[in-house]
Write a protein that binds this ligand. Sequence first.
Ligand SMILES: [Zn+2]
Length: 106
Amino acid sequence: MKVKCDYCDSYVDVEENENCPNCGGPLSKAIAAEKDRINEEKIKEEEKAETLRQQQREEKNQDDVFDLIKTIAGSAAGAAIAGTVAKSAGKAIAEFIKKDIKDSFK
Ligand SMILES: [Zn+2]
């Protein structure tokens, strides 16, 4: 890991140097700052990955609804309806349809 020396502004490798090889200044503050930055980056990456997973779950959920509709209709017309729903229905509507279909089969 490379950090910038606060004293002489040179970039030094802290795996090897606790003090700046150019000016002898202590690097502990720069190391702490770099570690914070890396941590924050990691957290942001994890949040991004979680958002992506959430989107995939929602997409899969919608796919399940359309599969269900197609299975029940069991026809080309059913598939067409499912396609129309896919284009126009929001998540809430898709959820409602799913629940409605399940209830009617109880
Ligand atoms: Zn230095």
